[in-house]
Write a protein of this length. Structure first.
Lengths: 430, 430
């Protein structure tokens, strides 16, 4: 089986100043193409450590994908290390990359400097894969079988996430030219609303009867819920997919209405599809989630077809002035109350003239909680037509995590309401 | 110097289904405590690979911090591997962790299952560090000098990010008890609005005169701009901090008004501080950024003191109906125009009665662009009192990246306006 190691270079990663998102994107693409990712490593911007890291990767795997250490600034040790590793003496200028550098700089209104010019220059041992989105070229190096015990391909990509991502299809194509690829298949079911341990208990018996070449993984996420990923190895395409279908079909009934989608689905994409198919619209009224609900809706391309907009009513004056929440409601019950979110949801629905609306009001923390309404308390409401349904949740987590959970639970309340009204599904008693 | 390796366990990481954020948090804390992180690795949920990965880490570094592979579900191979590695035969039940498990489950309204009960059971060779936020205990193992050439400490933390994060201070405390820690100091300056290569050119001469033990790194980020991190090694605390101050003082004037803060500052936290100190308020009117601007403001704890709220006017009916953008403006200039964002900013400022307001209207993509207004075009406006300033930007990137850049450039426009009005700073011609 063709294997890969992913190596990220950068002190900024090892001191924890940035999170490496490139490895995940690259791993996902390699995996889908049937390349097994053995390991990911991150090393510092030091020449010796880069060299040791790369040699370790080359010994471990057929394919090595490196990101980082390239860029217009002076921390460019990677190119030199790769030249040394492959015995390159001379550099050559990539005319194609230079063309892109010129174009990118023109769009951004920046003048070409000698630093930019140097970026088009690469070791003679490499084949350039043009970086269409940025100034640093991607480089492909080949190592003969006698060097590390197997033929190796090494790809060096820039660290800027969208530049690295754009290069991935070309990397996959080059791998396919050089190695016969075996199949791995995955199937993911997305659930929301059942805690991981409860879910594990519920599907325990089903899980105990899985064959050896089928692997189940739990992927909990505050926004996406708990996703269940089934992976099958060492089997042909058609048979593999059939097996995955067969086992997911027996799993579905165990999940009930907590099951909301599969693969890359999110609550907001699933809701969006139902709304679009039924010609319906939605708006949001947010207090504690502060724009997160709207952001989730609008993260989906094409959401303008059904998402009309929202009001972020952080200050109570906006709740009363724009959303027409009654002053007495705030005085009597407070902003974090069933009554307030009901009026917020109804208010934004009237204001924006949508079919549905969601509202949130809670205490994200770290300050602001009371004994009665501690940090982590949220009231959410979903208005469907004239009817408003509310629910209260309590969480314990950071401000960021609380906001994410508040938003996703509000989104899920809307989903169950939409399922009832638009598809005639009845909520099953969980 | 005391060194550390960070090892994350999980197929979900190697197949690219989730991004590892734990390593970054842990690295940041270790670094601040003076522990040098040598490397980060990610391995699969397979017993042999976990064992190989851990032994590699133990040989490489004094301290090994492991996350993942623990949890209420069946993919708990980590505990068994750690038991084997340390020669544990028996397990014992941690009464303290069991107490937390009971508490956590009660809050969430979940009944205790035998799966939860098993989580409190740990190998006899480990010292439990109670996980206060979740059900899986953190474990500390010690390896004598003769095993890997140096005394090693291994910490195993749960994979759930906020649970891992909560355990970090206890891990640091345990490391301090066992190793003498050396100093590393960092100082970060945050800039916005100057591209990385232009910045590099501008400070080239300054950079050429840095001493050998001072290292400069560029940290570009679509939301935070380009941050410049200076690190100093092998020097006492007072002297180290003085050196960092001395070099950053000579750097500041080269950065002009692009310099907006330091360390963990963000555009929104800096703006927030100025508003709070001057008793001023702000609101947002968003089209293409769809809630991202509001989310950035409200990501800052205490933002309710100056952030009143916003209107997400995704549909044009909301622009005219709620924000009072004139229908003629939309007909004549379109929603992505100087005229529209001017009216949006003024509209939300009137509606919410704030001192300042920002508005955005653009095309995030992937669809929807025209030859005249291609994907990546955005108009942003900042209203300060009755005056509205606008600016147009063009970017090329994914939908997500475009939204982030639209929002941060709007935020930066507001920052420069606020600097003018609240602190009397004049924009320097860049």
């Amino acid at each position: 089986m063709t294997t890969a190691s992913i190596c990220t270079i950068g002190d900024e990663i090892l001191i924890g100043q940035i999170v490496d998102t490139n490895s995940s994107k690259i791993a996902s693409a390699l995996n889908a193409a049937g390349v097994k990712v053995n390991e990911m490593i991150s090393v510092s911007d030091n020449g010796t450590e880069i060299l040791n890291g790369l040699e370790h990767c080359l010994r471990t795997s057929h394919v090595v994908v490196v990101t980082g250490g390239l860029g217009p600034t002076k921390d460019d040790i990677t190119k030199k290390t790769l030249a040394d590793l492959t015995g390159a003496v001379k550099y050559y200028e990539s005319a194609e990359q230079l063309e892109v550098i010129r174009r990118v700089l023109t769009v951004r209104g920046i003048e070409m400097s000698d630093i930019n010019l140097a970026q088009a220059s690469v070791p003679e041992t490499c084949k350039v894969i043009v970086n269409e989105c940025g100034t640093a070229p991607c480089m492909q190096f080949e190592f003969p079988e006698n060097k590390y015990g197997h033929k190796c391909l090494l790809f060096s990509l820039p660290g800027v996430p969208f530049e690295a991502e754009a290069a991935i299809p070309k990397v996959i194509a080059a791998i396919k030219e050089n190695y016969p690829l075996e199949n791995i298949f995955h199937k993911t079911l997305c659930t929301f609303g059942i805690p991981e341990s409860t879910l594990a208990k519920r599907i325990e018996e089903w899980e105990d009867h899985l064959p050896e070449n089928l692997h189940l993984a739990y992927l909990p996420n505050p926004i996406l819920g708990v996703r269940l990923r089934l992976s099958i190895y060492g089997i042909g395409e058609e048979e593999g997919k059939q097996e995955l279908d067969r086992y997911t079909e027996t799993l579905r009934p165990l999940l009930g209405n907590a099951l909301y989608g599969q693969e890359e689905d999110s609550l907001q994409s699933v809701i969006g599809n139902i709304l679009k198919n039924n010609g319906k619209t939605v708006a949001v009224a947010e207090s504690c989630t502060g724009g997160m609900l709207a952001s989730l809706f609008t993260s989906v391309a094409g959401s303008s077809a059904y998402f009309y907009g929202g009001v972020i009513s952080y200050d109570n004056s906006v709740k009363t002035g724009v959303l027409k929440v009654k002053k007495e409601t705030l005085d009597k019950y407070g902003a974090v109350s069933r009554e307030c979110v009901e009026e917020m949801a109804a208010g934004v629905r009237n204001l924006m003239k949508t079919d549905y609306a969601i509202a949130t009001s809670g205490i994200a923390g770290p300050g602001g909680g009371t004994a009665d309404k501690p940090v982590g308390t949220v009231w959410v409401a979903a208005a469907s037509g004239e009817r408003v349904v509310t629910e209260k949740f309590s969480f314990s987590g950071s401000r960021k995590l609380n906001i994410e959970r508040f938003a996703s639970h509000a989104m899920n309340l809307l989903r169950t309401q939409i399922l009832c009204r638009e598809t005639g599904n009845r909520m099953r008693e969980e």
